[in-house]
Ligand binder design. Structure first.
Ligand SMILES: [Zn+2]
Length: 325
C-alpha cells in the first residue's frame, strides 16, 4: 500500500509524524507486511489522530477501543465505530492491503478484530484512508471510494450508545407506545433475552455532570442521572439522562463525567417486572434509559421527555421501537 499526500487531504502518516513530535512518550507507528496502523496502549490518554486538512475534524484510535471522528473545536463526537472493547491492553486501527479498515483489540500478543468497514476489495491496487474536510472517513482504492462512514454525524449531540455488544439493542418496552403511553423511556434488554444483559457495563452516552448517584431507590433501584453538556434548543436547558435499575450501587459519584465512563451494570433493582425471585434471580433485568429537556432529576413526565432512540441514529433498535416524538 502506498500513502501519499494530496492537496485536499492530510493522510495518516503525514499527521502522525507531527503528532508524534508533540508526544513525550513512545507510541507505536508501524507497518507490517504492507499494512499500516495506528496503535495505542491503555497508558496513553491522548491517542493518535488523523486530521482533515482544514483542521475542523480529527479521527482518533482511543484507549477504550473505539475509533471516533471528532469536531476539533467542540471535541464533539460525530461518528464512531461503536467498538468499545475494555478487556484489551491496546488497540489498533489498521488500513489493510486487502482494502479493509479494521479496529483490533490486542491482548497477550493476540489480535482480535472488533470492527471492520466491510470493504474487502481484492486484486491489485492502492488503498488509503482519508478523513475529508467534510468529516467523512473514506477507504479509497486507486482514488475511488469503496467505503465511507456516514456523512451525517452520529447525531446532533454526538452521543454514543451505552453498550458495546450488538445484542444489547432490543427494546422490551418502547417510548410512549400506545400500549403504555406513560412510559417515557426505553427498556433495553438483549436480543437473546434478559439473562444475557445482566451485569453488562453501562457507559455514559455524553459528557457532563453526574447530578444523582443513588443506591436502591424503591422505584428506580440503583440509578444515575447525568446532566449532559447538550443544550436543548427548545428549552435552552441542559439535557439530562437517567440510567435505572442497575445491579449494584452506581460506579460514579457526583461530579464531572466523560463520555464512555461506566456508570454501573445492568440489573433488576427497584420496581421491575417480573420481580426477581430466588429461583429466577434475573427476572425483570433491563436498563431503563430516559432523556428529558426540563432539567428533571426524577419524575419525568410526558412534557419533559424526549424519545431516546432519536439520540442514537446509528443504532438499529429491535423489538418494541417507537417513532413517537
Ligand atoms: Zn422503563
Amino acid at each position: 500500500m502506498q500513502v501519499f499526500v494530496k492537496k485536499r487531504m492530510v493522510y495518516v502518516f503525514a499527521f502522525l509524524v507531527l503528532f508524534l513530535a508533540a508526544l513525550s512518550y513512545p507510541v507505536a507507528v508501524k507497518a507490517e507486511a504492507g499494512n499500516y496502523y495506528l496503535s495505542m496502549g491503555e497508558y496513553l490518554s491522548g491517542g493518535m489522530r488523523i486530521t482533515s486538512l482544514n483542521g475542523k475534524y480529527f479521527a482518533m484510535m482511543q484507549t477504550d477501543g473505539n475509533f471516533v471522528i471528532y469536531q476539533s473545536d467542540t471535541q464533539k463526537a460525530l461518528w464512531h465505530t461503536n467498538t468499545y472493547g475494555g478487556n484489551y491492553t491496546s488497540y489498533r486501527a489498521m488500513m489493510q492491503t486487502d482494502g479493509n479498515f479494521v479496529v483490533y483489540g490486542i491482548k497477550n500478543g493476540a489480535m482480535t478484530a472488533l470492527w471492520n468497514a466491510g470493504t474487502h476489495v481484492y486484486g491489485s491496487g492502492t488503498y488509503r484512508l482519508e478523513l475529508g474536510d467534510d468529516s467523512v472517513l473514506r477507504v479509497k482504492k486507486n482514488g475511488n471510494t469503496v467505503w465511507n462512514s456516514p456523512n451525517a454525524p452520529i447525531n446532533s449531540s454526538g452521543w454514543s450508545y451505552m453498550f458495546t455488544e450488538a445484542d444489547n439493542r432490543y427494546i422490551s418496552s418502547g417510548y410512549k407506545l400506545s400500549e403504555r403511553p406513560d412510559h417515557y423511556g426505553i427498556d433495553i434488554i438483549s436480543t437473546n433475552g434478559y439473562t444475557y444483559i445482566y451485569g453488562d457495563a453501562i457507559r455514559n452516552v455524553s459528557a457532563g455532570n453526574v447530578v444523582v448517584s443513588q443506591a436502591l431507590n424503591a422505584t428506580a433501584g440503583n440509578y444515575v442521572v447525568v446532566e449532559t453538556n447538550t443544550i436543548d434548543t427548545n428549552t435552552n436547558k441542559k439535557i439530562k439522562v437517567r440510567y435505572l435499575h442497575m445491579k449494584d450501587s452506581p460506579s460514579v459519584t457526583i461530579g464531572q463525567i466523560a463520555q464512555g465512563t461506566i456508570v454501573g451494570y445492568v440489573g433488576n433493582t427497584g420496581d421491575v417486572s417480573p420481580k426477581p425471585t430466588s429461583s429466577n434471580p434475573y427476572n425483570g433485568t433491563h436498563l431503563h434509559f430516559d432523556v428529558n429537556n426540563q432539567g428533571k432529576n426524577s419524575g419525568i413526565s410526558s412534557a419533559d421527555a424526549l424519545n431516546p432512540q432519536k439520540f442514537f441514529p446509528g443504532i438499529t433498535f429491535l423489538g418494541k421501537t417507537s417513532t413517537v416524538d
